[in-house]
Design a protein around this ligand. Structure first.
Ligand SMILES: Cc1ncc(COP(=O)(O)O)c(C=O)c1O
Length: 485
């Protein structure tokens, strides 16, 4: 089920849609946003801590946030009576929110989520998953499972994950006992979000949306105001964060900018800062190049996360791994995983994809090559606002990314939009690489007609006045260490 985005309301009536699937979403200060509809997210923590959701009064909370929110239901603030609990079916949203555009705002839609796109999309460049996948070998594995092994769908898949773990250990050339598997990098981020919720964590932003959600309590290290981000600047912030915090979470290469810090720099940072554990999310590492993972590196204060989803174009399967030599952390995470951590169908597809080296060697260089052509096309239009990268998407700084996305939608193209006024974001769009000449031509046509005024980039880097990066470091003892030692 797609998570109902935490989306709100018109200027006159505050409406909140509750979703039990949503973790806290940073809410920008009211005066920082433009005139678009108000975004509000209600979560368990907002209920118990009204101060975290600045637009709600304590009096509103009891009926805004019932004990078990009904998914896909809107909750209205104000006007509730005993007969009218303030709950509205989604179909009535438009009447309550006269200014609300058809569909939810682009910013709140994650890559590949076209469920609420207002127009017909024929070319989805908002995704991050390899559009040339899945490998035929993975599809054949699924077919032969359905034909020959379907009876295995009956019992719980005890031990089935061993095939996936063994394939990943061979792929990374690491000891299998140092790996755990879970439902994609996302599950590990969620587990760390829980384990480290009262810990001193820092993120080098902008970061992957789910990471910023799970670590909304973290200190964020954004690019300096007026400075376009680049590898050097990101590394400066990373080192600063590692010097000052117990944990740093970093996607490398990064989403959404595609910036990549080399292994030597990251390892050196770990060695120089033994009191900080670095969690590196390597979701996109195979796009950068082969054999670049930090898994297996000589560091005890390092955690590596990877998945088979994006690289092999099987994101709808949910499978990934964690590698670390830190046995305390390993056990703490393991404790949070179910006895059968992966679905047997996911194991079947993802393992077949992972071991298909011929496919990876043939396809990934092609993706890199095409992405370079995309970069040139974008540079032609947006110049220096395009961030150079080696992976499969590119980020473009834009003053008004929403208007650019709307223009592209007129051509049936979807891109991922980021609203710079949201904490942890920078203003711009992320564009995935087209994979056929026809798709390139469509994008070229769409870009050719973008009005000059929309081509402006920005590095103003709106600074969300959230938690300061200068806060003091809490004591080193962590709750999970207390439990496991
Ligand atoms: C940086 C980053 N990490 C992790 C993920 C989630 O990946 P998975 O499918 O492995 O859960 C994404 C998805 O977009 C991502 O961009």
């Amino acid at each position: 089920m797609t998570c109902a985005p935490c989306v709100g309301a018109a200027s006159t009536t505050t409406t909140t849609r509750l979703s039990p699937y949503c973790a806290p979403t940073p809410v920008p200060p009211p005066d920082a946003r433009d005139s678009r509809p108000t975004l509000i997210s209600i979560t368990g923590s907002a209920r118990t801590s009204p101060a975290r959701s600045p637009r709600l009064t304590a009096a509103e909370l009891p009926f805004l946030a019932p004990a078990i929110p009904v998914p896909g239901t809107a909750y209205r603030s104000g006007g509730a009576t005993a007969d009218d609990p303030g709950r509205l079916p989604l179909s009535e949203l438009e009447t309550v929110m006269p200014n609300h555009p058809p569909g939810v705002s682009r910013e709140t839609r994650q890559g590949g989520d076209l469920t609420s796109a207002a127009r017909r999309i024929s070319l989805d460049l908002s995704v991050c998953s390899n559009r040339l996948g899945p490998p035929d070998s993975a599809v054949r594995a699924l077919e032969s499972f359905a034909a020959e092994r379907y009876r295995e769908l009956g019992p719980p898949p005890y031990g089935a994950e061993k095939a996936y773990l063994a394939a990943y250990a061979a792929h990374l050339d690491v000891d299998e006992s140092q790996l755990l598997c879970g439902r994609g990098v996302t599950e590990f981020l969620m587990i760390f979000g829980r384990l480290l919720q009262s810990e001193d964590v820092a993120l080098v932003t902008p970061e992957y949306t789910e990471t910023m959600r799970q670590f909304s309590h973290a200190a964020f290290y954004p690019p300096a105001i007026g400075r376009q981000d680049c590898i050097e600047h990101r590394n400066e912030r990373l080192l600063q964060a590692m010097r000052n915090h117990r944990y740093v979470v970093l996607s490398n290469p990064n989403n959404p900018q595609g910036l990549y810090t080399n292994t030597a720099t990251l390892l050196e940072a770990c060695h120089q800062n033994p009191n900080c554990t670095l969690v590196v999310d390597e979701e996109y590492i195979e796009f950068q190049g082969p054999a670049l993972s930090l898994a297996g590196a000589d560091a005890d204060n390092l955690v590596v996360l990877q998945s088979t989803g994006k690289t092999w174009g099987v994101t709808a399967t949910r499978a990934g791994i964690l590698w670390t030599r830190d046995t305390t952390l390993h056990h703490a995470v393991q404790h949070q995983l179910p006895a059968w951590p992966l679905s047997l169908l996911d194991i079947t597809v993802a393992t077949a994809a992972l071991v298909d080296n011929e496919w990876a060697h043939r396809i990934l260089p092609r993706v890199r090559h095409d992405a370079q052509a995309l970069e040139e096309l974008l540079r032609d239009r947006f110049g220096e606002a395009v961030i150079p990268s080696n992976i499969h998407f590119r980020f473009v700084h834009l003053e008004d990314p929403d208007a650019v996305a709307e223009h592209l939608e007129d051509y049936g193209i979807a891109v991922r939009v980021f609203d710079g006024a949201v904490r942890g974001r920078i203003s711009g769009m992320r564009v995935m690489t087209p994979d056929t000449a026809k798709e390139f031509d469509l994008l070229k046509d769409a870009l050719a007609t973008i009005p000059r005024r929309l081509r402006r980039g920005t590095t103003s880097n709106f600074r969300y006045p959230g938690k300061s990066v200068l806060e003091t470091i809490p004591a080193a003892t962590t709750p999970f260490q207390a439990q496991t030692t």
